[in-house]
Every structure is written in C-alpha cells, then in structure tokens.
Design a protein around this ligand. Structure first.
Ligand code: ADP
Ligand code: ASP
Ligand code: MG
Length: 439
C-alpha cells in the first residue's frame, strides 16, 4: 500500500483532477489518496473566518457567496452526468448552508476550525464523485474518523493505526481510499487542523500509522529544489535527501513540505517521494534513510524571525546563566531556533513572538536586552557538511559584504545557519547559489 497526497494546485481544476485520477489508477496496488483543498480555497475560508471573528457579517457573506459561485462553476467543469451534478450540488450546498448559518450565530475558534475544514471536505467529495462518474471505484474516508489529537496537540500513532486498520478491513473490497488532509478532531472532540500546509503531515501520519511502502507528496514542482524557486531563478531538483536533511529543509522554510512531515515517516522508516502532478515522469526527490556524505544539498530560508540579545558583564564565567535564560523561554512555551554566545552576551532567535513583551521584561532582569525583528534564517543543509571546509569557505565568501547578524556552525553536523535581515535575504540566497552551488 502507498499513500499519495495531492496539494491544492494538483486538485485546483477539472483538468488537474483528471491528471490525479490518471496517476492514482496507473498502477493497481492499493492506495490512500490524501487531498488538500482546491488551491485558494483555504485562504478564502480563513478570510471569511477572520471577518466573522471581527464581527463583519456583511463582508463575510459577500465572500461566502463569491466562493459559492466559484464552486458552482467548478462542478460544471468537473462533471457531466445529471446524477453526479446533482450529488455534487448537494455536497456544496451542505458546506455553504453551514457557512451561511455562521452569519446568524455567535462565532468562535471552534466554528472557525469547522469553517476552514470545508475546503478539504469539498475537494474530497467532489473528487470522489468525479472518480465515480468515470467508473473508478473508490471509498471516501472521513479524516475525522481516525485522526484525533490528544491533549498535547499531537496524534497518537497507535490509536490512528487501530482506527485506520479497522476502516481498511471493513472495506477490504476497495483498493482506492480518498481522504482529507489537514483536518482532524482535537482532544475536546471538535474539528481542528494540523496548521497551514498540514496535508503533507496528514499523509505522513497515515503512512507511518499503516507502515506503508511509500508516502508520495504530489505537488506543482518536480521535487525539492536546491534553493527557493520562488525567489531564485536558477534552481534544480535534488534527486535524493536523507530524512534528516529533508526535515531540516522543511523546518527551515522549504515550503514544499510542512515542517512536521518527515518525523513520522522517518520513525516508521517509510520513504517519502516528492513528485510533480503536472510532470509525473520527472524523477522527483526520494527521501529515505540513506546518507551521502559532505555534499551541500540545498539552502532554505525561514522568515519572521526575531533575534534577542542579552548582554551582561555578570555572565562572565557565571554558571547557570544560560539555564536562567532558557527557563524564561520555556516558561512562555517559546522555542528557540539559533543560539550564539560570547563571554558577555547571548543571542537567541525565536519565530513565535506571542509573548515577546513578557520575555523581554523577564530577560531584562539578567542584563541589557536588544530585540531585532524582520530577520531570516538562511540554512545550508547537507549531511556532514560541517566537515567540508570548502563549503564553509564558499559560504563565507558568498556572504561577504552582507550584514550577517548571527552564524550557527557546529550545532549540527548537517546544517550551517546564518541570520540576516530579511531585506538582504534575496541577495544572500542568490550569492549562495553562485558561491556554493556554482549556479
Ligand atoms: P501544495 O499546494 O502542493 O502543498 P505548496 O505550495 O505547499 O504545494 O509547495 C510547493 C511549492 O513550494 C512550490 O511551488 C515552490 O514554489 C515552493 N518551494 C519553496 N521552497 C522550495 C524548494 N526548496 N523546493 C521546491 N519547492 C519549493
Ligand atoms: N488546505 C490547507 C492549506 O491550504 C492544507 C494544505 O494545503 O496542506 O493550508
Ligand atoms: Mg503544501
């Protein structure tokens, strides 16, 4: 069995759904197909939710009706038999009756999660009707029936495995299962989600829970590229990554993978393959436990970083100083990405500034605090690149003349990270492309 996840652009039109149906029927082995919402839908649902939360029902209603007509047009392009069109209209009606109801009742976070979930509910239902119209037998499985978060906000794989196996054995005459990415139930039994881009994570969790042969992430590009293709012109697809390399790249900004995707697959030793729905013959990227040494595989950048410097002459040789700092961050559940230290100062980066004010106030008891926002972490990834002095030389050479704020080298053998003001990110990525990849 394999898990195949298709992202928003891959299910974004009737033509794309046709491509997906060709890909999933190209071989006869059993498959679980995980779908995102049609591209753009989640953004629109989030916008509607924001308007409802800020008590602007008239504007929310306008967006709801606009989205409703887009789905009417989607059905018209996707289906041709009267029976399937009628069934699809019912599916769309169900979601939109729910949305219109939000206009008349108190609206909070749990309703908002239910609203945002409609994207995946719609895409999976419409795709199932499309398959049926084309004579392809499939079983629609509701993610809410097997993906449940426990009190720490994470799913328990064992429970998921029991639930999924039961669903599969109840439906043993099916070879194709269609299910929603992104959505789940939380510990309170309410609809929730795995955060933006979370369908990749759903696929990985399903694949790990069932210990499938492979998890495939089908998207709009031919695999993980060695640099961010949205901002650097000359990038190329990477054929192979180790789990650790892929996890670092996903965490440090390579948008093609949700940051949490790799871990479940890695723990269950299930290879992950990144493929292009629009070019299925392209090799894509294979991610597995195999390791090649000392090559720089890729560079990624993560924006929205804040650097905090704590300077104290008392720190000089004082034990326990770092502990105190970390305890403060821990007490506000704020995780730290990079740390650099000198005898009298510590610089730390965070990406969650929810408690920045409180953090600064407490840190000020330890020394003078400086905060720099609008920073990006640029992260160079490759197994054991730390031992490749040529890489370090080329990286430093590439960054000449750029105002680097922090460098983290030696924390991991597989990662060299640099902190730079986001205004210089593009230049830095381009220079690294020349200096490190010779492109
Ligand atoms: P999907 O909707 O299929 O989940 P995403 O938009 O989440 O697709 O991810 C695919 C996009 O990730 C690509 O179109 C590309 O612009 C972007 N991306 C960013 N960094 C990388 C990278 N290093 N390699 C490949 N794609 C990347
Ligand atoms: N539809 C969700 C989003 O846009 C989940 C996903 O696409 O992975 O964030
Ligand atoms: Mg995505």
């Amino acid at each position: 069995m394999k898990v195949l996840k298709f992202g928003g652009t891959s299910v974004g039109s009737a033509e794309r759904m046709q491509l997906v149906s060709e890909i999933i029927t190209a071989t006869s082995e059993p498959k679980i197909i995980v779908l995102s919402a049609v591209s753009g839908t989640t953004n629109k649902l989030v916008a509607i939710g924001d308007l409802l939360l800020s008590k602007k029902p008239i504007e929310a209603s306008e967006l709801i009706e606009k989205l409703y007509s887009e789905y009417q047009a989607f059905i018209a392009g996707l289906l041709s038999t009267a029976k399937q069109i009628e069934l699809a209209k019912k599916v769309v009606e169900n979601s939109f009756v729910l949305m219109r109801n939000y206009l008349n009742y108190p609206f909070g976070q749990s309703k908002n999660n239910e609203l945002v979930a409609q994207g995946e509910i719609l895409s999976t239902n419409l795709f199932s009707l499309f398959l049926e119209e084309n004579g392809i037998k499939s079983k629609l499985v509701l993610a809410l029936d097997y993906l449940h978060l426990c009190s720490n906000g994470e799913p328990v794989l064992k429970d998921m495995s029991v639930k999924l196996n039961a669903i599969l054995s109840e439906n043993s005459d099916y070879k194709l299962f269609i299910t929603q990415g992104f959505i789940c139930l939380n510990n309170e039994g309410d609809i929730d989600n795995l955060k933006r881009g979370g369908s990749d994570y759903s696929a990985s969790l399903i694949g790990a829970a069932l210990k499938v042969d492979e998890i495939q992430i089908w998207t709009d590009i031919d695999g993980m590229h060695n640099n961010d293709p949205r901002i650097v012109e000359t990038t190329k697809a990477i054929k192979h990554l180790s789990f650790d390399e892929a996890a670092e790249l996903a965490y440090f900004g390579a948008k093609i993978l949700h940051p949490a995707t790799i871990l479940p697959a890695q723990e269950a030793s299930v290879p992950v393959r990144l493929k292009n729905t629009m070019a299925p013959k392209a090799e894509g990227t294979l991610i597995d436990k195999n390791i090649e040494n000392r090559h720089v595989k890729a560079v990624a950048a993560k924006d929205g970083i804040t650097a905090i410097k704590i300077k104290s002459s008392r720190m000089l040789l004082a034990h326990g100083f770092l502990l105190k700092i970390f305890q403060i961050f821990d007490s506000y559940k704020t995780s730290i990405d990079l740390v650099t230290t000198s005898e009298i100062a510590v610089s730390i980066t965070i990406d969650n500034t929810t408690h920045l004010k409180e953090l600064v106030k407490e840190l000020e008891q330890l020394g003078a605090v400086e905060v720099d926002g609008n920073q990006s972490i640029i992260c160079l990834v490759g197994n054991h690149i730390l031992y490749n002095s040529g890489v370090i030389k080329n990286l430093f050479h590439s960054l000449e003349e750029l105002p680097v704020r922090m460098i983290s080298l030696g924390g991991s053998k597989n990662n060299i990270s640099v902190l730079i003001n986001t205004d210089y990110k593009l230049k830095a990525l381009q220079k690294i492309n020349n200096g490190v990849f010779g492109m």
